[in-house]
Design a protein around this ligand. Structure first.
Ligand code: NAP
Length: 482
């Protein structure tokens, strides 16, 4: 089954930081794949902008090299590559100086969608916004796209929001959390709100608990000095895991529209209780085949966590008494992200105890192989009485919808096209980001004040033993990481 691709409107997309790592690894390959899928109209234009002095042709050569590395399958078609590069331009622009801005103004077309991707350090957001305004470059409907990290606490997030708000309306600002662009995350909403089966059971009466895991097998590597100032709480929980929690726990929005969805997510963040520190486990990976966390960062006595697990409660009628367990970490056994909803056992079993019934589990896999499966209990086939087993009702996209369905656009492809379409549903609103920091900050302050050290854990494991104990205390266990 091949889906129908609807081309977006003609656009000028300026990538500030067009020579950077994110542009090369994610933004340009995503645009190229949308071009190959014929979603990009003939009149679309991509303008790389950064301080590096180079000609548009030199930039195109650099872009082509990047595409060969990061979109190798699509890059094998020379006609497609040439067609895409035809749409790519470059302009040296200094966010902090005056060079290049008048040229940029003369390049921009008034009658197409304008989008400005701020793929630069957040410290430059204000300079870019100010100059786009000062030079009269961005028209009223222009969109700006900003990347994480959106602040490092409530104060910095507020000040970033205020800076952008000086020149742009909230309806023009697209804050990217690429987890929201994943196919399965949207499928979570389709499953919840497109079926009558799940929603009546989606509450504390029927859900025993929810587990959200984002496990990475890599360490902090070359990003050590950046990561050490952040840690798993700021780098992953405040944004990605919080967003996944919100989509899982939110009330049904009245429509699948930006503010309706974002209002409901915001209510979840505001209802999220601050957990006691005993319900939080922080860890740092030890050395194995690779260096330890402390060897990967500059600070020899760093107390920043590369792993965090926590038990959370949402104070509302729907979730009263149902814990949400979150965990994320680096150098774990495998790379895996999933949301797992554990339903309660049937209230009364009509079968013998040794028949072996187990509760239903709905798991939503974000990576590596996106898909959804539901475990249901059936009778083990054959003679020998009533013995119960769990079987998965597997909704892997490839199996259910044909092989093309497994080849879904990646998160950046979808999100950038949403920017061009002007659809903010999968982007974080300013008040959501601030509410998430308002919840995060006191916890970080509390463990910093106490001088807590993260506990060491074995690389290639499921994290510190204390994380398993957090679950054992409640007579529960984490799903296997690997
Ligand atoms: P990067 O590789 O260091 O690139 C920074 C870019 O900014 C370069 O193109 C640089 O080009 C440009 N730049 C620096 N100063 C400038 C100035 N004064 N005026 C105009 N351009 C300037 O960084 P990155 O990894 O691409 O990350 C960009 C942003 O995305 C950061 O905020 C980062 O936190 C965020 N992010 C990155 C990733 C990732 O995977 N890389 C993931 C999530 C979020 P010139 O030196 O030529 O000016």
């Amino acid at each position: 089954m091949v889906s129908r691709v609807i081309p977006v409107d003609p656009f000028d997309l300026v990538i500030f930081g067009g020579t950077g790592d994110l542009a090369r690894r994610k933004i340009l390959p995503a645009l190229y794949r949308r071009f190959c899928d014929e979603q990009m109209p003939r009149e679309a234009r991509i303008i790389g902008a950064a301080r590096t002095e180079q000609s548009p042709q030199e930039y195109r050569d650099w872009v082509a090299e990047g595409l060969k590395e990061f979109a190798p399958r699509s890059a094998a078609d020379p006609d497609a590559m040439a067609g895409f590069l035809d749409r790519v331009d470059y302009l040296p622009v200094d966010a902090k100086g005056e060079g290049g801005w008048s040229d940029l103004k003369s390049k921009m077309r008034a009658n197409v969608v304008q989008a400005f991707y701020f793929s630069v350090a957040p410290a430059l957001f204000g300079d870019l916004a100010e100059r786009l305004h000062h030079y009269g470059i961005a028209h009223e409907g222009a969109r700006i796209v900003v990347e994480k990290p959106f602040g490092r606490d409530l104060g910095t997030a507020r000040s970033l929001n205020a800076t952008l708000a000086e020149h742009f309306d909230e309806s023009q600002i697209y804050r990217i959390d690429h987890y929201l662009g994943k196919e399965t995350v949207q499928n979570l909403m389709a499953v919840r709100f497109g079926n009558v089966l799940f929603e009546p059971l989606w509450n504390a009466q029927y859900v025993d608990h929810v587990q959200i895991t984002v496990a990475e097998s890599v360490g902090v590597g070359g990003r050590g000095s950046y990561y050490d100032k952040s840690g798993a709480m700021r780098d992953m929980v405040q944004n990605h895991l919080m967003q996944l929690l919100c989509l899982t726990a939110m009330e049904p929005p009245s429509r699948f529209e930006p503010d309706a969805v974002r209002d409901e997510k915001l209510k979840v963040i505001r209802a999220l209780q601050s957990p006691p520190l005993k319900d939080i486990v922080r860890g740092q990976y030890k050395a194995g085949d690779n260096p330890s966390y402390l060897d990967d960062v500059e600070e020899p006595d760093s107390r920043t966590e590369s792993f965090i697990a926590m038990k959370l409660h949402i104070a509302n009628w729907r979730w009263n008494g149902t814990p949400f367990y979150l965990r994320t970490g680096k150098r774990l056994k495998t790379r895996k992200s999933e949301i797992v909803v554990h339903f309660k056992e049937p209230p009364h079993s009509i079968f013998d105890e040794d028949a072996g019934s187990r509760p239903n589990i709905l798991s939503i896999r974000l990576q590596p192989d996106e898909g959804i499966d539901l475990s249901v209990t059936i009778k083990e086939p054959g003679p020998g009485g009533m013995r119960l087993i769990d079987v998965p009702l597997d909704m892997s996209f490839a199996d259910a919808l044909g092989p093309e369905a497994a080849d879904v656009p990646d998160a950046y492809e979808r999100l950038i096209m949403d920017v061009i379409r002007g659809n903010q549903t999968l982007f974080m609103r300013g008040d959501e980001v601030e509410a998430a920091w308002a919840w995060t900050d006191p916890l970080i302050e509390a463990w910093t004040e106490r001088g807590d050290r993260p506990v060491p854990y074995e690389p290639g494991s499921a994290g510190p033993e204390d994380s398993a104990i957090l679950m054992h205390r409640d007579s529960r266990r984490w799903r296997e990481v690997g």
